[in-house]
Design a protein around this ligand. Structure first.
Ligand SMILES: [Zn+2]
Length: 299
């Protein structure tokens, strides 16, 4: 069973919120105009986009995937997708925990909207992970049996770049060692660090070594490897398997927009690297789906 732990639900509402300060785009149908600028297919309604994702998963024999609401305020789009295909999608939502409306949004997201993980981007929203608002979010996750995803390391958001949106990220704030401290404080909360730490591989491995509830996702092309001379993806897998073990790696692609759709080349590269790393069939099955199923069971 193949599960993808990292896909972005780039909805019409996502594009509207993202481009709210771009005065050159029309006030109505702004999402559609933004999609045209990007060369993307217009996402349509959340129901339509959810159906497109379901077809795409079928086409690639992917059983289930995480869909991330990728800007604060777009939780409803992903909640709609999850409600339409509850067997296929697990809803994540980006949240800025220090924003005044965060506690209400989190309560609603984990509650009536049935989303399963909060996604934090501290470098983007510029807060410290030891801020007490982050602790409160972890408390809410613990109370609801939800997970927290924390983006660490290098952060470049392709869609922001393409639209020329300012991206004054402070990369110092996305530190796996700060994630480890939180994970230890909230041991019941699964904490996912994407992209093997996105350049902070050593720190991500240290975090996983220190806290048994830290998971690493393998998603994207992992271009952060360019910061390490000679590093290969199979070596990354070998080291992550040695330190975090096969139970705490979650396969992901970082797929997002259409018509590109599900990123099969990422899947192919990761399967090849996993094999080359020496992982046996049982361990590969855990990474490619069983771990995700365990974390986000369908009840
Ligand atoms: Zn991503």
């Amino acid at each position: 069973m193949l599960c993808d732990a990292h896909c972005h639900f780039f909805s019409t509402r996502f594009l509207e919120i993202l481009t709210k300060d771009r005065g050159d785009l029309p006030a109505t149908e702004r999402g559609q105009a933004a999609a045209a600028l990007l060369g993307w297919d217009p996402p349509g309604t959340p129901e339509e986009l959810a159906d497109r994702w379901a077809v795409e998963l079928d086409r690639n024999a992917v059983s289930r995937c995480a869909l991330i609401a990728s800007i604060p305020g777009d939780e409803e789009s992903v909640a709609t997708a999850v409600a339409k295909h509850p067997q296929r999608f697990v809803g994540f939502f980006m949240i800025n925990p220090v924003a005044p409306d965060a506690p209400d949004r989190v309560k609603r997201a984990f509650g009536e909207q049935k989303l399963r993980a909060a996604a934090l981007f501290p470098a983007m929203h510029r807060y410290r992970l030891d801020d007490e608002a982050v602790g409160r979010l972890f408390e809410a996750a613990a109370a609801q049996g939800a997970a927290v995803f924390v983006h660490c390391g290098v952060l470049s958001v392709g869609v922001r770049k393409k639209l020329g949106l300012p991206s004054p990220f402070d990369l110092r704030l996305g530190d796996p060692l700060a994630v480890a401290a939180l994970a230890l404080r909230y041991p019941a909360v699964p904490v996912i660090i994407p992209h093997f730490g996105a350049g902070l591989l050593r720190e991500a491995l240290m975090a996983a070594d220190q806290a048994p509830n830290v998971y690493l996702d393998t998603s994207s092309s992992n271009s952060w490897m360019k910061y390490y001379p000679g590093l290969t993806l199979d070596a990354v897998f070998r080291q992550a398997l040695a330190v975090a073990g096969p139970e705490r790696l979650l396969f992901g692609t970082d797929s997002s927009f259409y018509p590109r759709g599900w990123q099969k080349p990422v899947f192919d590269a990761q399967v090849a690297a996993l094999s080359k790393s020496g992982a046996g069939e049982a361990d590969r099955a855990k990474v490619l789906g069983a771990n995700f199923q365990r974390l986000f069971s369908n009840e």
